[in-house]
Write a protein that binds this ligand. Structure first.
Ligand SMILES: [Zn+2]
Length: 271
């Protein structure tokens, strides 16, 4: 039996969240809720109403990662419903969540859901895969309409690209992202994501070539020519995430790790 999915859009639109966080409900009389979203009274009521409209009760709450637009409402939703919260890192919240590892399969009613560890956006990021319908719930790993932010420190570009290949291998048909509309050509979007990151990496390497001593921000005006300067600080984080991957790959050297106030400095080979 395949199960339909209800989306409940959280009222938290912004430049980072698009129209808001997508909360999903699926299953039969026992329902799974994926990414409850921000701690918001009206969103809690909307999720409970959607569960009632489906004629089910939420028994399992799955969290893709611990960011404030995805996880906080899990606590109150679990309290209201008695549902069990499951995520990669129980210690990052107070829900007494159960830990999930890569490959864990959860059976809820007729539904099997597989946890897929996809670090990159954050270390604790999980995607959830429904093999019966080949639907992939992607949280912030893959979005529709905006690019996923890989912020050095909590994120990691090497892991991120590896995690894209990991979900590509599942050959999903449909992507239900944490922000934006559903995607019915999942394979094409994942391939596009990988191509985009590889192209950016080549551009970063080309912009860095021959520079004896530079910060990520010094590459941004070249790489983001045509973008408004407001995006430059965020772009510098992305460039740094790419540079750190290139350091690990042995293609660029880091000469100073930076600090809270000073950015790291890099040196690129002559050719
Ligand atoms: Zn996030």
């Amino acid at each position: 039996m395949t199960s339909t999915v209800t989306r409940v859009l959280a009222p938290n639109p912004s430049v980072f969240t698009g129209r808001g966080t997508n909360t999903y409900l699926t299953g039969g009389s026992a329902l799974v809720c994926i990414d409850p979203g921000p701690d918001d009274e009206s969103h809690l009521a909307a999720i409970l109403a959607a569960a009632t409209a489906r004629g089910g009760r939420i028994t399992t709450i799955l969290v893709t990662h611990s960011h404030p637009d995805h996880r906080p409402l899990a606590l109150r939703l679990a309290h209201e419903t008695g549902a069990t919260v499951r995520c990669f890192d129980p210690s990052a919240g107070q829900e007494h969540a159960q830990a999930l590892s890569h490959g864990d399969v959860m059976r809820v009613g007729d539904l099997d859901i597989v946890a897929v560890h996809t670090p990159g956006h954050t270390r604790d990021h999980l995607c959830f895969f429904d093999p019966a319908t080949r639907t992939l719930y992607t949280g912030d790993h893959i979005l529709n309409g905006t690019t996923s932010v890989v912020h050095p420190g909590e994120g990691d570009m090497s892991d991120y690209i590896e995690s894209l290949r990991k979900v590509q291998a599942l050959q999903p048909l449909t992507i239900l992202p944490g922000h934006g509309e559903r995607v019915d050509d999942a394979g094409a979007l994942i391939a596009e994501y990988i191509a985009h990151r590889m192209e950016r990496e080549h551009q970063v390497l080309a912009a860095a070539r021959g520079r004896p001593d530079f910060t990520p921000m010094e590459l941004v005006p070249t790489l983001y020519a045509g973008y408004p300067p407001e995006v430059f600080p965020l772009a510098a984080w992305t460039v740094q995430a790419h540079l750190d991957k290139l350091v690990r790959d042995g293609r660029i050297d880091r000469i100073d790790g930076g600090s809270d106030t000073e950015p790291p400095r890099y040196v690129a080979p002559i050719r």
